[in-house]
Write a protein that binds this ligand. Structure first.
Ligand code: XIL
Length: 411
């Protein structure tokens, strides 16, 4: 090595010691079993925008279409279903080892005429047909569906007026979940709404409804909290307010997803904005029931809240903002505290790797890879007594979901 390469090597080592959390968001999220995702403006995929697309596949393990799966786009007429745009996005996701959320099947907005009218019987039949057509098309490709979106009133009432509610009645929600479950029993079915992050009248109406659904055996798996929020709401008790609300839903046995977070900067600083993003992330990391954290867009100018709100994680040059660093630091800390390695990372050096229980005074090291083939860790040499069963393809689960396995050893 020349002395200048030595200096560079030394600087690199120093850098990685000072900034150990220098991997993309998904690197940490993958290891702790969190779905971290973003809503995709479909044009970026259709136009093959490399800067955007490379960023998304580097940073996120989950995506959702911002608009193209909504009924008015996918089902302009009963005989005119067209999946060409969302198919491209789904393909992009699956090609890059990402999971895809489905958004949304039954909503009051962005509906074609034929899904907004009729009698109770004909509208129920149309809803069933729509759910079946879209879910069948994506069966096995979409892991969570927002089956019903925004059914609750935002002005102090209970249910929002919509053709579904007005023509069918409250039980349209139960029917939608029942139809959806029959199409794809493996898919996680969510009820999603906004303005429900804390314990309020609206979130309590939602709570009462999903509690009833659970009690009645309606196949609902999870609840979505959109979390369109504003920076100035940052208050010392924000964490407690969100957590106490989420907890009551988790206590019903439901999975929780933060489905569309964006934080308008309002009149605060980017650091405060980061802290609000971070507070929601901290709740997610502290509660095993929260499996998913989705951001509603990539860069500020993409946001439905308007470019002047600076609401997202990346600025208009696709450069990360303080909120991005906040999320990364929290994910990094969680990953450091989440020991998916040690119990599995032991085998006897010098001995053939075996699938017999070992009482090892061994000396060796193991590499762990996640399911996407990304190396999680190569252990240090370990010399310790362990009694455990080792085998290829040891599976590591979190929340019932396989997050990694030993696929090879190194010694
Ligand atoms: C928004 C999109 O971001 C906009 O581009 C579109 O014009 C309207 O819908 N809650 C939801 C999302 O469930 O579907 C909405 O998305 C944002 C609010």
């Amino acid at each position: 090595m020349t002395s200048s390469t030595k200096v560079i090597a030394l600087l690199l080592i120093l850098f990685s010691l000072i900034f150990p959390q220098n991997e993309p968001l998904r690197y940490y999220a993958d290891q702790i079993g969190l779905n971290i995702g973003v809503a995709i403006k479909e044009d970026y995929i259709l136009n093959n925008n490399q800067t955007h697309n490379n960023l998304v596949k580097r940073e996120f393990n989950t995506i959702v279409c911002e608009n193209s799966m909504k009924a008015e786009n996918v089902a302009p007429s009963r005989n005119g279903y067209n999946f060409s745009v969302p198919d491209r996005v789904v393909e992009f996701g699956l090609d890059n080892n990402m999971q895809v959320r489905g958004h949304t099947l039954v909503w009051f907005s962005q509906n074609p005429q034929w899904l907004s009218q009729g009698t109770r019987e004909t509208l129920l039949a149309a809803m069933k047909y729509h759910i079946e057509t879209v879910m069948n098309h994506y069966k096995g490709k979409i892991f969570q569906w927002d089956v019903v979106n925004e059914p609750f009133d935002n002005d102090g009432g209970e249910y929002r007026d919509s053709p579904w509610y007005d023509i069918i009645g409250e039980d349209y929600i139960d029917s939608a979940f029942t139809y959806a479950h029959r199409v794809d029993p493996d898919c996680k079915l969510f009820l999603n709404d906004y303005n429900n992050s804390y314990i309020t009248h609206k979130s309590t109406v939602m709570y009462d409804k999903v509690k009833k659904m659970v009690e009645n055996g309606i196949p609902i798996d999870g609840v979505g909290f959109q979390c369109h929020e504003r920076s100035e709401k940052k208050a010392p008790d924000l964490y407690d307010k969100v957590r106490s609300n989420f907890e009551r839903f988790a206590d019903l046995g439901l999975e929780i997803a933060i489905t569309e977070i964006d934080i308008r900067q309002w009149d605060s600083t980017l650091a405060v904005q980061g802290a609000v993003y971070g507070t929601f992330m901290q709740v997610a990391l502290d509660m095993p029931a929260v499996t998913t954290y989705m951001i509603w867009g990539v860069r500020d100018q993409d946001s439905w809240t308007g470019a002047d709100q600076n609401a997202l994680l990346f600025d208009n040059d696709f450069d990360p903002k303080p909120a991005y660093d906040t999320l990364k630091t929290l994910l990094f800390k969680k990953q450091q505290a989440t020991d998916v390695r040690i119990p599995y990372a032991i085998f006897n050096a010098g001995k053939k790797y075996s699938n017999h229980p070992l009482n090892g005074n061994g000396f060796g090291r193991v590499e762990l890879f996640d399911l996407r083939g990304v190396r999680i860790n190569r252990s240090d040499y370990v010399r310790k007594n362990y009694t455990m069963s080792l085998a290829d393809n040891i599976l590591i689960y979190r929340n019932g979901k396989e997050i990694s396995r030993i696929i090879s050893c190194w010694k």
